[in-house]
Every structure is written in structure tokens, then in C-alpha cells.
Design a protein around this ligand. Structure first.
Ligand code: MET
Ligand SMILES: [Zn+2]
Length: 769
């Protein structure tokens, strides 16, 4: 018999129940006991789903109120003193680390949060001290939740983040210099203690995640595996069997680490991302080791292709025998929505193509049966084959006109007509911009009124005409305010956009939208990505109406606003049947048409936002990364390069640090960049110490994430700092990002000071000239 396993289940519940409970607790609307009870209810419900689906190996300790790495920070007592000192309850201390705590005299900021590998999930970074010690928390969560499951009749496999990954994903605290991995000898005894307690509680098997094995590892990190896992294996009789789990990449380049696991029960690898690692991994396994074959995608929403998975599983079984193969999800299901059953509005034909967490759990169980006895699940196999066929043959999937257009893309289409100097000379006369031009990034406050009107329109309570009139009034207001502020390049304010990707997805062919398919991004925050189901094309202009209206009413150049091809792709669930580069090029062609339509309609400054460009970068250096950069950069260029020299192309970047990525941004050949900068201690600017940037750039002069109004002096200081690295003619003055989350009075206050600061420098340099 072949067993089935799930590596982790989403925590939010059917209707984002956990988000609601957390937020109610934070707002002091429910008690701690209420929140804990809700957590328990969700865990039990999720175990039940998995058991009823027939999954053999069901995870526990995958649940988390905020983040699983944060759970481990508390579990190992790696809580920085500034939180300990507050003497909060364990739960409040936990949330204080996750999201900061401001109440009474307590005021501690959150620990740093960063992206979990190349996903859109964010984890809380272990933040360690020079004199760091570790100790197992009292009543450790993994033991508690294992027992909770056991009592309810579920035998589970606890999930732990491994000691090497825990440290390698951490950092030294401010004021400390410790290399986290050097703490491994201190941390391993705590794992051993925890594993012993789990065994005593009745756990016979644990899953220890060591996902850093998919990275290029520093020698220090690599070297930590052997002593750590030898010390753990030495306790074999007193601890549960261990399966090491890796995901989001292949581990072939780190095979020299595998001997460290030689005495462990099993190894899990991601065969969705990297099926080709199966053969080499099979050769590396010890004589009794079990392969956990991650064939059901934990990162995307497509129905599993059973035939493909069965081929991989048969290869594994042929080498190892059925007893040594486990059918598993490729990673935790954390990254997919809860259940497809909640989707009542998906077109019937595409509904059949998807699997969310609840459905994927069933897939794992079915595959485990199918691989030994296909007849026992014949109906499921047939239904799966039919769904694959329907998708492959659907008119939605393949649009010959799109393919034909892609075949005609030429190299020349990726290049502007002239070099930057020539373009800029024409743009300067065309746009008559002052020195230190001021602008904003696109969105203005999304007020309650805007949300109300949009909801009314969506529900059909007001007509399209009424809604359009409302949007026009919002645009009028945005223009009037920009007139008053004295900005140089205007924006229309994006009042008509619900979301910078969804808005475009809804106007393109090739996308579908869900109503409940939320995925946790961080803490209680969830996102609902659109789904790319087929070849993408643009049936009609998407933004021309609003931009044209705005341009006709403004005294100054009006900037058209588009979301770039890479960002549209990255913030959606992409197709898994064609390469992402193909989908990105389709998006680029659609946007190219939009750019040209804007230009035709009198919009001569066009900004194409690519905040997600950095996060798409493959995790490892090498050919995969080079290939990504090539197609990502080319997509942007294809989208933008069709304009006249005199039309100015802007692009915008935020959400990441760009100092090690600037070369890629520079390769976009945009005339003007705006880049989030104000939080990163001018790290970005240091890039220009080594290499002069040839075009124009607006490093953000203030942080838009806070309601605080930056004083003029502070903005002047920022600009002064930039002038150490950039020539005055190069510099644009703008905020870090769009202003949709701010209130109007904050926006007006901040921009008034920003404009004054720009004027100050303009006068300084006018006098010099
Ligand atoms: C996350 S980047 C946002 C850019 C967009 N144009 C805005 O201003 O909202
Ligand atoms: Zn931004």
C-alpha cells in the first residue's frame, strides 16, 4: 500500500474565519479564550476534512495564529528582550512580535517580516542576539496540538521547521553581530527535547521542514546539517521517525548534505516545481528511506494532472517499492485557497479545472489508491482525464490569434526609436518640465465614498452612467487638488480601480475571478489573486476613458497609469500549461496596445508599474535567473517601446530592496523611474556611487505607509542626500508609492511640503546657473 500525506493545510477557514477572529481580538471585541477556541475549532475542522478525504498522514502544528516561524521563535524562547520586558501574556507577546504593540505605555514595533521564498506569504524573521540562548517553551505548541488532535481521534504528524532553516532564515538583531547559523549547537538540544516530548505524547513520526535546501547555501549553513542531524539521529530510540521536507525548488545542488539524513525515515521533495530531480533523488536515498513525492501542487490552483503524477509515482515505486513511496502535496497548502465549493460564480466550464486545498487533499488520497489499484478509483481517474481534456481543448485556453501575434514579435519591437539623450531632448520641449519635477505614483485616497459607490455599482444599485459620473467627479477633485498643490506631472488618481491587477484582469480576455479564494499573505492579511486560464488579449482599451478625461481637464501633463506585465502575472495564479514567459509576453502585447492608445489620445507620460519584478527572481543564481530576467525585462520593453521619442515612459518599484537588483531595473530603459527609498536608509542611492545612472529617477522622498506628515526640512534633507549621488537634472521628486491608503488631509499636508522642498532646490539651482 502507498500512503498519502499533506504537508500543511491553510489556516484561515472557509470564510477567512481566522482573520476575522484575530482582528476581533486585536480590536478587543472578543476575549483571548474566544480566540483560542476559534483556533481549536479551525484545527479540528481541518483535520476532519483531511481524515474524511482518506489522507493517511495528516499534519499538526501547521496551524498558526499569525505565522509558523513566529510560532517557533516563541517555542524556542528566542523572543527578544524588548518583548519579554513587557510582561504580556504569551499570546499578546506573540502578536507583539508579529505586528507590534501600542497600548498604554507599551510601544514596541514588530519584528521584520519578509517573503517566504518566492511566494507571496510573509514570515517573521528570527531575530537573534550575540548572547542568544534557547529553551523549550512550557507546554510546547507542537505537543499541545498533537494531543489535541489525538484526543479528537486524529493521529497526526507534527510539522516543525528544522533547526538549520530556522537559523538560516533569521538575522542578527540590531546591535548584534552574531551569524545565526553559528548558534546551531545551542539550538539542537532544544529540538531533541521537543522530539522526546512528542514521542512521549504518542507521536511516531514528525515532518521537519528544511526548505533552505533549495537555496545556494553558504558553506557555514551547509556544514551545519551534519552535526545537527547526527545529534538528532543519535536519539533514534527516544524520538519519532523523521521525514525531512524540502519544497519550492530542487535540492540536487545540495546533495552533499544528504548523508546527514542517512539515518532518518524519509525525504520529501517538490516534484511539481522540479520533476527532473526525481531520478537523482532516488539514487541518493538510503536503503530503507522513504520518498515523499510532492506531486500535488501546493502553490497553484490547478486540478492535478493524475496521469502526469502517476508516471512520476510509478517511477518512484519501481525503484523503491510501494512501501517506500508516499504521495504528497508539493508543499504546505498554505498558498492555495480553502475550497472550490465556495465559488458560485465561476463559469461552469472552468470550475472543473481547479482544485483548492480541500480538493487537493482528496487528490492526494486518490493518487495513493490509483497508483496501486487504478480500478478502485476508476471513476475519479476518468473524471480527471476528462477535465484535463476539456481544459486542453477549450477555446478559452488557446486563442490562435494570440499565438499568431506572438509569432510576429520582433526584436525591434523591444527598442525605443532613439537613445535616451535624443528622447529626452524631445520630451523636454514637449512636456516643458521644470528642474526637479514633482509627481505622485498614481493612486489618491480610496475614500469610503469610493468604496460605497463601487459596491453599489457591482450590486447593480446604480447604473454604469451614474458610476462613470461619480468617477469623473473624483477625477475633477484630484485635478483641482493637484492644481492647488502645484505639482508638475498629474495623475488621475485611480478612483475607478479596485486593485492594480484585478482591474486589468477584468478587462482582459484570459482571466477569471473568484469570490472567496483568499490566500494568506501575512498575519491576518489575505489576497485574492485573479486566475489566468487562457491566452491573454485585450478586447478594448482599458484605461483610456479615464485618462483622456483627466488629460483634457488638466493644465499640466497627465500621466497614464498601467500595471506592468510581470506584476499582472506574479500577482495572479498563472497557468501551468504554458511557460510564464509566454503568458507575460501576451500581457505585454495587450499593454503595448494600451500604451499606444493612450498616446493616441493625448497622454504623453505613461507609467507602467512593476513592483513585482524583483520578487519573481528565481531563488538561485544561474541560468534560471538569467532566463527570467531576460523575459521579464523584454516583456516590459515590449509593452512600452512602441511610443514616440517625445512620449515619456515611467516605471515604478516598491516592496523590495533594489540595491542588488538595480541592473535589471536599469535594463528596462524607462525614461523615468520612481522607487521606494525612504525606509532603506539610502541604501538604494549607494548603487549610484559605483555606477552613474544614465536616465531620470525619483527615489521616494517620504514613506506613504504612515499617516505622519513629513516636514519640509526632512524632505529637503532627503533630496540633499540624493544630490550627493545624482545630478540635479536627473532627479524627480515623488513619494515612495501610491497614496490610496492615506487620508486626503495627510496627502495634502505631505505633498504641500514635498512641493515646497522641490521649489527650494529649484531656486537654489536657478541661482547657481
Ligand atoms: C504597489 S505600487 C502601486 C502603484 C499604483 N500606481 C498606485 O499608485 O497605487
Ligand atoms: Zn508602489
Amino acid at each position: 500500500m502507498v500512503q498519502s500525506a499533506v504537508l500543511g493545510f491553510p489556516r484561515m477557514g472557509v470564510l477567512r474565519d481566522l482573520k476575522k477572529a484575530n482582528e476581533a481580538y486585536w480590536a478587543e471585541k472578543i476575549s483571548q479564550a474566544d480566540l483560542l477556541a476559534e483556533g481549536k475549532r479551525l484545527r479540528l475542522a481541518h483535520w476532519k476534512i483531511q481524515k474524511e478525504a482518506g489522507v493517511d498522514i495528516i499534519p499538526s502544528n501547521d496551524f498558526s495564529f499569525y505565522d509558523h516561524i513566529l510560532d517557533h521563535i516563541q517555542l524556542f524562547n528566542a523572543v527578544p528582550e524588548r518583548y519579554r520586558r513587557q510582561k504580556l501574556s504569551p499570546l499578546d507577546e506573540y502578536f507583539a512580535m508579529g505586528r507590534g504593540h501600542q497600548k498604554g505605555d507599551v510601544d514596541v514595533p514588530a519584528l521584520e517580516m519578509v517573503k517566504w521564498f518566492d511566494s507571496n506569504y510573509h514570515y517573521v524573521k528570527p531575530t537573534l542576539q550575540d548572547n542568544q540562548t534557547f529553551a523549550l517553551a512550557e507546554d510546547p505548541k507542537p505537543v499541545r496540538e498533537f494531543l489535541e488532535a489525538k484526543e479528537a481521534g486524529f493521529h497526526t504528524r507534527p510539522v516543525l521547521v528544522g533547526p538549520v532553516s530556522f537559523l538560516a532564515l533569521g538575522k542578527a538583531d540590531r546591535g548584534s553581530k552574531v551569524d545565526p547559523i553559528s548558534l546551531i549547537d545551542k539550538l539542537v538540544p532544544v529540538y531533541i527535547e521537543l522530539l522526546k516530548q512528542l514521542k512521549a505524547a504518542g507521536a511516531d513520526h514528525v515532518q521537519i521542514d528544511e526548505p533552505v535546501l533549495v537555496f545556494d547555501l553558504r558553506p557555514e549553513v551547509k556544514a551545519a546539517f551534519k552535526p545537527a542531524y547526527e545529534a538528532i539521529s543519535a536519539q533514534a530510540s527516544e524520538i519519532p521517525a523523521i521525514t525531512i521536507a524540502t519544497y519550492f525548488g530542487d535540492i540536487v545542488h545540495n546533495f552533499d548534505v544528504l548523508p546527514a539524513f542517512a539515518n532518518l525515515h524519509g525525504l520529501h521533495v517538490d516534484l511539481v516545481r522540479h520533476p527532473e530531480q526525481l531520478e537523482p533523488v532516488l539514487k541518493q536515498l538510503g536503503p530503507n528511506q522513504v520518498l515523499s513525492a510532492g506531486v500535488v501542487d501546493g502553490r497553484n490552483i490547478w486540478k492535478n494532472n493524475f496521469q502526469k503524477s502517476l508516471d512520476l509515482l510509478h517511477t518512484a515505486i519501481k525503484a523503491l517499492g510501494p512501501e517506500r513511496v508516499v504521495v504528497a502535496t508539493s508543499s504546505s497548502l498554505l498558498h492555495v485557497p480553502h475550497t472550490l465549493a465556495s465559488e458560485k460564480k465561476l463559469p461552469a466550464d472552468v470550475y472543473e479545472w481547479f482544485s483548492f486545498a480541500v480538493e487537493k487533499v482528496k487528490e492526494v488520497a486518490i493518487l495513493a489508491k490509483a497508483v496501486v489499484d487504478p480500478e478502485s478509483v476508476r471513476a475519479e481517474l476518468d473524471a480527471n482525464a476528462a477535465a484535463m481534456k476539456s481544459r486542453a481543448e477549450s477555446a478559452r485556453t488557446n486563442d490562435p490569434a494570440v499565438a499568431e501575434r506572438q509569432a510576429q514579435v520582433t526584436d525591434a519591437m523591444h527598442h525605443r526609436q532613439s537613445d535616451f539623450e535624443t528622447r529626452y531632448a524631445k520630451q523636454r520641449t514637449h512636456l516643458s518640465l521644470p528642474l526637479f519635477p514633482t509627481t505622485t505614483i498614481g493612486s489618491f485616497p480610496q475614500t469610503n465614498e469610493i468604496r460605497i459607490q463601487r459596491a453599489k455599482f457591482t450590486k447593480g444599485e446604480i447604473t454604469a452612467e451614474q458610476y462613470d459620473e461619480f468617477i469623473k467627479k473624483e477625477i475633477d477633485l484630484a485635478i483641482q487638488i493637484q492644481d492647488e498643490l502645484g505639482l508638475d506631472v498629474y495623475v488621475h488618481g485611480e478612483p475607478e480601480r479596485n486593485d492594480m491587477v484585478q482591474y486589468f484582469g477584468e478587462r482582459l480576455k484570459g482571466f477569471v475571478f473568484t469570490t472567496h479564494a483568499w490566500v494568506q499573505s501575512y498575519g491576518s492579511r489575505c489576497v485574492r489573486p485573479p486566475i489566468i486560464v487562457g491566452d491573454i488579449s485585450r478586447p478594448a482599451p482599458m484605461t483610456v476613458k479615464e485618462s483622456k478625461y483627466a488629460a483634457e481637464r488638466s493644465k499640466k501633463p497627465m500621466k497614464g497609469m498601467l500595471t506592468g506585465p510581470v506584476t499582472c502575472l506574479r500577482w495572479s495564479f498563472p497557468r501551468d500549461d504554458v511557460h510564464q514567459s509566454v503568458q507575460c509576453q501576451q500581457l505585454a502585447l495587450a499593454l503595448r496596445d494600451e500604451v499606444l492608445d493612450l498616446e493616441k489620445n493625448g497622454i504623453y507620460v505613461i507609467q507602467v508599474d512593476e513592483p513585482a519584478l524583483r520578487e519573481g527572481l528565481p531563488l538561485r543564481k544561474g541560468p534560471e535567473r538569467d532566463a527570467y530576467l531576460k523575459w521579464a525585462v523584454n516583456s516590459f520593453k515590449l509593452a512600452t517601446a512602441g511610443v514616440q521619442d517625445s512620449t515619456q515612459i515611467h516605471s515604478h518599484f516598491c516592496y523590495s530592496e533594489f540595491q542588488d537588483f538595480f541592473y535589471a531595473i536599469a535594463a528596462l530603459d524607462a525614461d523615468v523611474l520612481s522607487i521606494e527609498n525612504s525606509k532603506s536608509d539610502a541604501k538604494l542611492l549607494k548603487v549610484f556611487e559605483d555606477e552613474a545612472y544614465p536616465r531620470h529617477i525619483g527615489p521616494g522622498v517620504y514613506d506613504i505607509h504612515s499617516p505622519r506628515i513629513p516636514p519640509e526640512s526632512e524632505i529637503r534633507q532627503r533630496i540633499q542626500e540624493m544630490l550627493q549621488y545624482l545630478r540635479p537634472e536627473q532627479l524627480w521628486i515623488n513619494p515612495d508609492c501610491g497614496l490610496k491608503t492615506r487620508k486626503w488631509d495627510e496627502v495634502k499636508g505631505a505633498l504641500t511640503n514635498m512641493v515646497k522642498a522641490a521649489q527650494y532646490f529649484r531656486e537654489q539651482y536657478a541661482n547657481k546657473a
